[in-house]
Design a protein around this ligand. Structure first.
Ligand code: FEO
Ligand code: CA
Ligand code: CA
Ligand code: CA
Length: 602
């Protein structure tokens, strides 16, 4: 076997070279398997996928489109079985249907779109020799959550006038979840999922005349007339002129219990409303719960929620029910970052300041707790429903598109992917600062945050940039001082995860270096801190999502293969995964194992 020197366990593999292949490429000595594809049945009584004969009835029992966040959970009591939970962020109708007319979609096409959003829960059987994971079609736990499934509106903004609609005069029950991007697994075994770019589903915000309503809509990116998918043609709730509060019922963190199909999933209003990328929960040794969150927009904010009550341990029904209330009561904070170097030393190029690090301190600014608002001129309900406006008022730090924010379970430190920001430093926009140090930031950076004394309830923290991404030959990049001739190029970090050894794993979306996106392992400690190695690449047009890195499995979601500018079902840029006879590219989950089903990276 190779001599790995000081390379930490978990990262002992031969890095793959950047490439533009229409394939998932993996290190020598590893094997890959497609676990499940868009259209594969997960419920009984559903037809196999046929791209020319899709129906809403089949779609609602099949794996949805554009898989993003993934969780791979144990299934107690069923040996060699696991529970996969996947987000289905959005649909690309022109890539899904031959002859699609974007001005006049059919009802079936729209309903297939509704059914192909949301989440999938599907039980997998693991082959103990090969490590292959195979869906168990029709398992009791399998379910689809879609754009029309019921969600209880929960927490302090539930019942608010701001959430009431014609169909729901109580502001208590929302239909559907949309644009579910990243997510997290809670220590009590539920799934959190972020509703991100929900603005794109709503029509006619640009025609609203009331100035307050218009400004609130615009702050969330609702400005236009007809929506991209024209759902308003088939359901008036997607028309803001007809249902002005319907958009307020999206943009939340949702909580789902994969082990309890009878429990209606919740929209957790205590965690605020914005373009939620995901949610990174942590419980401390006292049982206190924190959830870290990013709002993925240029110049938007990072947040945390601290629960009022403590998590209980145990497996009884009452413990589970208690823990499923934790995210309804607590305090919502937004982050303010302060650099420790003189502003004049941050020149926008990525050149390090004189103290040798982009680093400093920060403050969690309290926004609301229960019914109490800490923001001048806003009620608590307004803070929860229009959280971006609250962040604006308190002077939170405008970040370079905060994507995934997750906690390293080994250290308790928090890692945020700041994916890029083409407008940093542009005329009329925020200039480079120490936490966002490059103008026109093309390749993004990764920030490490440590709460004061490691306390999840702390209101101050320290931070340092771990990576300033890009081509290591570009002087404006930084890999924590690790020799740059020994790292893989990395661009546009999006999702983050951790392996059992505590190494960071980063998946990318939109590689601005010209090669395909991929998955990277990064050492965080000791003399190898900053060592960055590419573990896989994804096919043409795809982003890499949902990484799960366990002892013996690496799972990634290959989202939107073949989707490049101008591509359509007739002219996809990829034939992955089914090949030339498969007709359409299909977003899918891939399982990578070491030969002989050994330990990953060891
Ligand atoms: Fe859906 Fe921010 O990525
Ligand atoms: Ca500094
Ligand atoms: Ca993402
Ligand atoms: Ca992204």
């Amino acid at each position: 076997s190779a001599f790995w020197g000081s390379t930490p366990r978990g990262l002992r593999f031969d890095a793959v070279e950047p490439n533009k292949e229409d394939a998932v490429t993996i290190p020598d000595g590893y094997e890959q398997q497609v676990v499940i594809r868009w259209g594969d049945p997960i419920l009984d009584g559903v037809n196999e996928f046929d791209p020319t004969a899709q129906t809403p009835e089949d779609a609602v029992g099949q794996f949805g489109y554009n898989c993003d966040f993934l969780a791979l959970l144990d299934l107690p009591g069923q040996r060699r079985h696991k529970v996969l939970v996947a987000n289905h962020e959005y649909t690309s109708e022109e890539m899904m249907h031959y002859g699609y007319d974007s001005a006049a979609p059919t009802r079936d096409q729209v309903e297939i779109g509704w059914a192909s959003h949301g989440l999938s829960v599907v039980v997998l059987k693991e082959d103990g020799n090969s490590g292959d994971l195979t869906p168990v079609v029709g398992h009791d736990l399998n379910r689809r959550i879609t754009a029309t499934s019921e969600f209880v509106l929960s927490g302090p903004a539930a019942g608010s006038d701001l959430l009431k609609t014609t169909a729901d005069a109580e502001g208590a029950l929302a239909l559907g979840t949309l644009n579910n991007c990243a997510g997290g697994v809670t220590p009590w075994g539920t799934i959190l999922s972020g509703e991100e770019n929900f603005n794109q589903y709503f029509a006619n915000a640009g025609l609203v005349t009331d100035a307050t309503a218009k400004a609130r809509l615009a702050r969330y990116g609702l400005t236009g007339e007809a929506s991209e998918r024209k759902w308003e043609q088939y359901d008036p709730r997607f028309d803001v002129l007809q249902e002005p509060n319907e958009p307020n019922r999206f943009g939340w963190i949702v909580e789902l219990d994969p082990y309890d199909p009878d429990w209606t999933p919740r929209k957790r209003t205590a965690l605020g409303r914005f373009k939620h990328e995901g949610a990174g929960p942590r419980v401390d040794r006292y049982g206190r719960v924190v959830v870290y969150m990013g709002d993925d927009e240029r110049f938007d904010y990072m947040y945390k929620f601290v629960s009022k009550n403590k998590m209980k341990t145990g497996t009884s029904r009452s413990v589970r029910e208690h823990n499923r209330t934790l995210l309804d009561e607590g305090t919502l904070y937004v982050a303010k970052f302060t650099g420790d170097s003189p502003a004049a030393e941050i020149d926008g190029t990525g050149a390090l300041p004189a103290d040798g690090a982009f680093d400093g301190g920060g403050e969690w600014i309290k926004l609301a707790s229960g019914d109490e608002s800490f923001v001048d001129g806003m009620t608590a309900e307004e803070v929860y429903v229009f959280t971006r406006l609250a962040g604006d008022k308190v002077g939170a730090t405008k970040m370079d598109r905060p994507e995934d924010v997750e906690v390293n379970p080994k250290s308790g430190k928090v890692y945020a992917a700041l994916t890029n920001n083409s407008q940093r430093g542009a005329t009329g926009k925020a200039a480079a600062d120490e936490a966002n140090p490059r103008s026109a930031n093309k390749h993004g950076h990764v920030l490490e945050l440590a709460e004061k004394n490691g306390d999840v309830t702390a209101t101050t923290f320290g931070w340092i940039l771990l990576l300033v991404c890009g081509d290591p030959e570009d002087p404006g990049t930084y890999f924590s001082g690790y020799p740059k001739d020994q790292v893989s190029p990395i661009s546009c970090p999006d999702n983050v995860a951790f392996d059992p050894q505590g190494n960071l794993w980063i998946s990318t979306d939109g590689n601005a270096l010209g090669n395909n996106d991929g998955l990277f392992g990064v050492s965080l400690t000791g003399s190898t801190r900053g060592l960055t190695k590419q573990f896989l690449t994804v096919p043409i047009g795809a982003e890499t999502c949902g990484p799960v890195v366990q002892d013996r499995h690496v799972l990634v979601a290959v989202q939107h293969p073949g989707e490049i500018d101008g591509a359509s079902a007739e002219t996809p840029a990829s034939q992955w995964p089914d090949g030339p006879n498969g007709t359409l590219p299909r977003p899918s989950v891939v399982n990578v194992v070491k030969d002989g089903f050994g330990t990953i990276g060891c």
